[in-house]
Design a protein around this ligand. Structure first.
Ligand SMILES: NC(=O)c1ccc[n+]([C@@H]2O[C@H](COP(=O)([O-])OP(=O)(O)OC[C@H]3O[C@@H](n4cnc5c(N)ncnc54)[C@H](O)[C@@H]3O)[C@@H](O)[C@H]2O)c1
Length: 254
């Protein structure tokens, strides 16, 4: 088993969508920094696999099935996390979905579903977890938005861009409300990352074209998002709140 770092020693983190991709990279880095990590995912087998990997390396992970669009599912998962770990200090709203559908072909169902997972999910999680953080006068919330939220999505449709832009506004509003309780709320805006979501929705040829257009000519890695999230959750970032932090290889410069 590896030695874990000090930065988040004694902290408990809940990562939604932690079963694969960016969420898994974040969970790994939080564990490496010393946090106990609860991995929540709608796909419980993936969550279990992620937790097993973390447990082999660091020995402090649990897995929980959660559908971020359903209040009952969130209540049950949070109760189970508290039973196992007693507290939640860090919430990472990472679970998300993306469709490439163009505006005139987006059905109302697909629109609602995208907004439900990507925007309503973080709202429901925040409503459930912030009261626990307030009691401890401490908390770190990181919402995984996208460069789509700052500009326009490379791949996703208008519903995806709208959901990620909405998440940035949500981040700022909540950050302002909870700052007096020792809680910071920030958003991370990744560019195109090397995950299943990107691979499943593009051809290799398309990916190569995108990569060629980036100043840093490669896709981002989930662990790189994890390193940024660890920083935002650390004491060193205690004066940062309501921020939208870009990490995109220079694809978007604002
Ligand atoms: N991959 C990219 O290029 C990229 C870029 C910018 C932002 N993002 C964002 O980062 C986040 C993670 O993306 P990824 O590429 O790792 O995606 P992914 O599809 O590889 O993983 C997403 C995870 O979320 C889970 N999930 C989906 N719906 C859920 C629900 N209702 N409840 C709980 N869990 C659910 C999935 O089971 C999966 O494990 C998303 O919010 C995405 O929008 C991704």
């Amino acid at each position: 088993m590896k030695n874990s770092g000090e930065a988040l020693q004694g902290k408990v983190a809940l990562v939604t969508g932690g079963g694969r991709g960016i969420g898994k990279g974040i969970a790994l880095k939080l564990a490496e920094a010393g946090a106990a990590v609860a991995i929540g995912d709608i796909d419980v087998d993936q969550a279990e696999q992620s937790a097993e990997e973390l447990n082999r390396e660091y020995g402090r992970a649990g897995f929980f099935q959660v559908d971020v669009t359903k209040e009952e599912s969130i209540d049950t998962a949070v109760r189970m996390v508290l039973e196992e770990f007693n507290q939640i200090d860090i919430l990472i709203n990472n679970a998300g979905i993306m469709f490439r559908t163009r505006i005139l072909d987006i059905s109302l169902k697909e629109w609602k579903n995208t907004l439900l997972v990507n925007l309503t999910g973080p709202f429901l999680l925040c409503k459930t977890v912030i009261p626990l953080m307030k009691k401890n006068n401490y908390g770190r919330i990181v919402n995984i938005s996208s460069s789509a939220g700052r500009s326009v999505s490379t791949l996703g449709g208008a519903h995806y861009t709208a959901s990620k832009a909405g998440l940035l506004g949500f981040t700022r509003a909540v950050a302002k409300e909870v700052s007096s309780f020792g809680i910071t709320v920030n958003a991370v805006c990744p560019g195109l990352m090397d995950t299943q979501m990107a691979r499943d929705t593009t051809t290799q040829e398309e990916l190569e074209k995108f990569i060629d257009s980036f100043p840093i000519k490669r896709l981002g890695l989930p662990e790189e998002i994890g390193d940024l999230v660890v920083f935002l959750c650390s004491e060193k970032a205690s004066y940062i709140t309501g921020a939208s932090v870009d990490i995109n290889g220079g694809d978007l410069m604002i």
